[in-house]
Design a protein around this ligand. Structure first.
Ligand SMILES: Nc1nc2c(c(=O)[nH]1)N[C@@H](CN(C=O)c1ccc(C(=O)N[C@@H](CCC(=O)O)C(=O)O)cc1)CN2
Ligand SMILES: NCC(=O)N[C@@H]1O[C@H](COP(=O)([O-])[O-])[C@@H](O)[C@H]1O
Length: 211
């Protein structure tokens, strides 16, 4: 099955793909709370995902992902973007850390910085991102607020490959949620989050088993 068909695959179906014998080695990049990191780590613990998280890269001191990583015994490294002279310098440092951890896939889980070809080209077709809309609608930051402002009745989340153009890479999997009449950004974000935590581990399993 080509990956482009994968977006038709229900995230709730049992994974029909054969498991890789060797666990895939993941590097997770996060800027915030880390609930998607936790969903991935829990899926691994539950043997729903044949992978291991080698390291968590985060850019905001005090990000909630640190405590979650500690709870799962996963190491973490701070790369505060404000301490680097350029995007390129930040990305080069992150690439070195990811390569030192010998990761196969880079998993962006709420990484709120635009990355450069330095990072993307270091892991060709091996960088994934989760976005809180049904791409190509509502690219960029504040996608949930964009959907509310647009008055759409259905939105959702998307797992896609990362390319230099923001939120424009091949779509791997999507899930839709209704927008309710009394939704706030917080209530809609929560509904989307629930679906993110379902599809991200599934999408990673799909991608890792295609190698
Ligand atoms: N080259 C790419 N970089 C990133 C992608 C991508 O597809 N290509 N996905 C994003 C994730 N993302 C949306 O899903 C996203 C995150 C952040 C931004 C952004 O404009 N960031 C600003 C800073 C915003 C802030 O600090 O609050 C910036 O980097 O200047 C856009 C899209 C991850 N990166
Ligand atoms: N444009 C990127 C973007 O908005 N990403 C979003 O950040 C959140 C991170 O939550 P988490 O830290 O709890 O995983 C997620 O909802 C993800 O879709």
């Amino acid at each position: 099955m080509s990956l482009s068909l994968a977006c038709l695959v229900s995230p709730t179906l049992p994974n029909p793909w054969p498991r890789s014998v060797k666990p895939m080695r993941l590097g997770v990049m996060a800027s915030g709370s880390g609930s998607n990191f936790e969903a991935i780590a829990q899926a691994i613990r539950d043997q729903q995902l044949n992978a291991q998280i080698q390291t968590v890269i985060y850019n905001n001191p005090g990000a909630g992902v640190v405590a979650r990583a500690d709870r799962f015994g996963v190491g973490h490294q701070l790369f505060d973007h404000r301490q680097f002279p350029s995007r390129e310098a930040l990305d080069a440092a992150i690439v070195s850390a990811l390569q030192a951890a010998d990761v196969d896939w880079v998993i962006m889980a709420g990484w709120m910085r635009i990355v450069t070809p330095i990072l993307i080209n270091a892991f060709p077709n091996r960088v994934l991102n989760i976005h809180p809309s049904l791409l190509p609608s509502f690219r960029g930051i504040r996608a949930v607020e964009q959907a509310l402002a647009a008055g759409v009745k259905v939105t959702g989340c998307t797992v896609h490959l990362v390319v230099p153009e923001v939120d424009a890479g091949e779509i791997i999997m999507q899930a839709a949620v209704p927008v309710l009449i009394d939704d706030t950004a917080a209530t809609l974000q929560q509904r989307i989050h629930t679906q993110e935590h379902v599809i991200y581990p599934r999408a990673i399993a799909l991608c890792c088993d295609r190698i």
